[in-house]
Design a protein around this ligand. Structure first.
Ligand code: SF4
Length: 352
């Protein structure tokens, strides 16, 4: 086991990428980077990490921040529950731990938005506690090197991989061991066509010796994707528009978009113009169509959104007919509100 750890640590020292959160032992900054990097590429995450670390240099600064400001800064990164949890957890650390990040694994794990992986990362990177990190990169390296065929998305698989990762960890150097195995998975043992000839583990790797690299790791379930059809109604009156805050338990909670008519299936423009919702909301009020956009396809992890934007001219103010969660704002101030990537794209295309 020491052998495994020595090999990856040696490789890491020669090959690691220079990333800003690797130069710190500050648990707050490590936590920030880990949350940003969940579901986000390193190059995109770096820019957000720098913005957040500059704007909120400590957990107390983040706790005191206005929620809208946090969401606005997060805009474009997706998975917005991460930003909400970051903010809520910063307040808990400020109130319950006097602004000092807890150092025990169990305390870290009890915080909102922090799962086993992130708790192990913070405990090891910031406090040198011997807790093994197991993320997608680590699953891949372990499945291939040790020839484990148990599906990584099964509870049995999770147990097996965690146990093995914790047996392998170098208890004297947990931070660098964890960094090394994750980095190896990220830049050497890539999902497709890794260059095994230069890998430090190629002499002990099951998958390489048996020519089974492309078969491992194994996944049990295929994730189902749901198709959704959005018709956004952009109401205009006197330089004002209506924007809607998403408060339902759904995607993009607490972000702004426009009043929305969602349909069960894909409708042509003609079919949509005959729908009850359209007639009740638009036709009855004698609104006129200024333009309709092409279809925007927006892909999330489990959903595909097909969105169309209807720009509508309203002869009278529309305050009374818009949803309770909507606001009437001057068109130009839309940029002060946090919106999804889809809305941001539309606003850019239309030069809002
Ligand atoms: S030898 Fe190939 S498959 Fe095995 S750990 Fe290295 S890169 Fe991954």
């Amino acid at each position: 086991m020491k052998h495994f750890s020595n090999k990856i640590i040696h490789w890491y020292q020669q090959n690691k990428r220079d990333l800003p959160w690797r130069d710190t032992k500050d648990a707050y900054l490590i936590w920030l980077s880990e949350i940003i990097l969940q579901q986000t590429r390193v190059d995109q995450g770096m820019e957000y990490y720098r913005k957040f670390a500059k704007e909120f240099p400590s957990v107390k600064h983040l706790a005191k921040a206005d929620n809208e400001k946090v969401m606005k800064l997060w805009q474009g990164l997706g998975y917005y529950s991460r930003a909400r949890n970051l903010h809520a957890t910063a307040k808990i650390i400020t109130d319950n731990y006097k602004g000092k990040f807890p150092s025990e694994y169990a305390d870290i794990l009890s915080l909102k938005g922090i799962g086993e992986y992130t708790a192990a990362a913070i405990a090891s990177f910031a406090f040198d506690k011997p807790h093994a990190v197991v993320d997608g990169n680590v699953y891949r390296v372990l499945a291939r090197v040790f020839g484990i065929e148990t599906p990584i998305d099964s509870s049995q698989g999770k147990k097996e991989f965690y146990q093995l990762a914790n047996e392998l960890i170098d208890k004297k150097n947990p931070a660098i061991h964890n960094q090394a195995i994750m980095e190896l998975g990220a830049i050497q043992c890539k999902p497709v066509n890794p260059d095994c000839s230069v890998c430090p583990l190629n002499t002990i790797c099951f998958a390489y010796s048996k020519k089974r690299v492309s078969e491992l790791p194994v996944k049990a379930k295929k994730t189902k994707t749901r198709n959704r059809f959005f018709n956004y109604i952009v109401l205009h009156h006197n330089g004002n528009i209506a924007i809607n805050k998403r408060v339902e338990k759904d995607i993009w909670i607490n972000l702004y978009d426009f009043p929305l008519i969602e349909t069960e299936k894909e409708l042509t423009e003609e079919q949509f113009l005959r729908s009850t919702e359209w007639i009740e909301f638009i036709e009855k009020n004698k609104y006129t169509i200024r333009s309709v956009s092409a279809n925007y396809k927006h892909i999330l992890s489990h959903q595909k959104i097909y969105a169309r934007f209807w720009e509508i001219d309203c002869p009278k103010p529309f305050d009374k007919i818009i949803p309770k969660t909507a606001l009437v704002i001057n068109k130009k101030s839309i940029h002060d509100h946090a919106v999804s990537r889809l809305i941001e794209k539309y606003l850019q295309d239309r030069n809002y």
